[in-house]
Design a protein around this ligand. Structure first.
Ligand SMILES: Cc1cc2nc3c(=O)[nH]c(=O)nc-3n(C[C@H](O)[C@H](O)[C@H](O)COP(=O)(O)OP(=O)(O)OC[C@H]3O[C@@H](n4cnc5c(N)ncnc54)[C@H](O)[C@@H]3O)c2cc1C
Length: 318
């Protein structure tokens, strides 16, 4: 049985794991985060008016690929995903939070959370993971399911061609604010787009399947986020709040609770390559940056890599 280590348990790593596991490979995923989701991230904040919940990464996902449509239909059937027509006619979200669909995928696999992989060591024909608390295990193959900027330094030591592809794939950052209020902001619309430094804001408490106090997610434009990338969350918070108030007509209660998150690698450029695989070294990469800056692209990329690895292994065996 072939043993593979997948670094990154976002939707790309998990869809790759699904394919490999279905063909009998022994898959272990390692993620530096404490729980599943990656950029399909959700968070709860305690307030005096109850728990406020936020989707602070991907806001919704769309479905075009036939395989992904089948996966989403399964999630919908299980009550884990619903449509969100207010955002887009073809938009879907996880319920009661965006990260539940990734959590459901992760539950099928051996995922080691809180494991930050700093590198890979080639030992004979095998891979060993480097980083604090890593097992002394050897793997036949290694997959990097990380944003390009995080995959590149790990790839550089082992396959410069793959590393070069990753080095040229640039992502845009996104400063994101989560704000809970004790009363609804006086604004009829639940979604705001392109107001000054605000690229997008959504009333998360009004999304289907949500409960809790009035809560808003506010995303700054890539331009503003780039210029202010190294500022602290405390410095950024008032700008995001002011942008929300301006866009909602100037009504300005102080938030009950707030949290600010910097996504350094939010939206990938997309190389269109689908996946990367070096059959000789048994190392590859998948993720949104290999197709486009969307949840569906990440899922498809993981799938493509899994199928490619299985196909290559069958060729060797034949
Ligand atoms: C603010 C924002 C808004 C977005 N809006 C949308 C949207 O509306 N619609 C849409 O379709 N898409 C949207 N996206 C993009 C979408 O979220 C991504 O395309 C998709 O989730 C990427 O999945 P992935 O598995 O490729 O990467 P990720 O989800 O980033 O997964 C990578 C995983 O690798 C882990 N990791 C990283 N480095 C290491 C390491 N060294 N060791 C171990 N683990 C590591 C991370 O913890 C993470 O869990 C948005 C993204 C952001 C950030």
């Amino acid at each position: 049985m072939l043993k593979v280590a997948i670094v990154g348990a976002g939707i790309a790593g998990l869809s790759c794991a699904d394919i490999l596991a279905s063909k009998g490979w022994q898959v272990t995923l390692f993620d530096k985060g404490r729980k599943a989701g990656g950029r399909m991230a959700s968070r709860r904040l305690q307030t005096a008016h109850g728990e406020a919940s936020f989707d602070f990464g991907a806001q919704y996902f769309t479905v075009r690929d036939r395989g992904f449509a089948a996966e989403v239909a399964r999630w919908a059937e299980a009550g884990l995903a619903v449509r969100w027509p207010e955002a887009r006619e073809d938009a879907w979200i996880g319920v009661p939070a965006m990260n539940v669909v990734v959590r459901e995928m992760a539950a099928r696999h051996d995922v080691r959370f809180s494991h930050h992989v700093s590198g890979l060591a080639r030992e004979g024909n095998h891979w060993r993971l480097l980083g604090e608390g890593m097992p002394a295990e050897h793997f036949d193959a290694a997959v990097l399911a990380l944003p390009a900027e995080q995959a590149a330094p790990i790839l550089t030591l082992h396959d410069f061609e793959l590393a070069r592809t990753a080095l040229f794939a640039r992502s845009q950052p996104c400063w994101t604010g989560m704000f809970a209020f004790d009363e609804p902001l006086r604004h009829d619309e639940h979604i705001l787009r392109n107001h000054g430094i605000l690229a997008w804001a959504a009333r998360d408490s009004a999304k289907p399947g949500r409960a809790g106090p009035e809560s808003w997610v506010v995303q700054a434009t890539p331009q503003w986020s780039t210029v202010h990338l190294e500022r602290s969350p405390e410095e950024v918070a008032p700008h995001l709040l002011a942008a929300l108030h301006e866009a909602t007509g100037g009504h300005a209660p102080a938030p009950l609770a707030q949290s600010i998150h910097r996504w350094r690698y939010a939206l990938s450029a997309g190389t269109g390559l689908g996946s990367l695989w070096n059959a000789k070294q048994q190392i590859g990469a998948c993720g949104d940056w290999l197709l486009g800056p969307r949840v569906e692209c990440a899922w498809v990329s993981g799938r493509m890599l899994g199928e490619r690895m299985v196909g290559a292994a069958q060729e060797v065996a034949a």
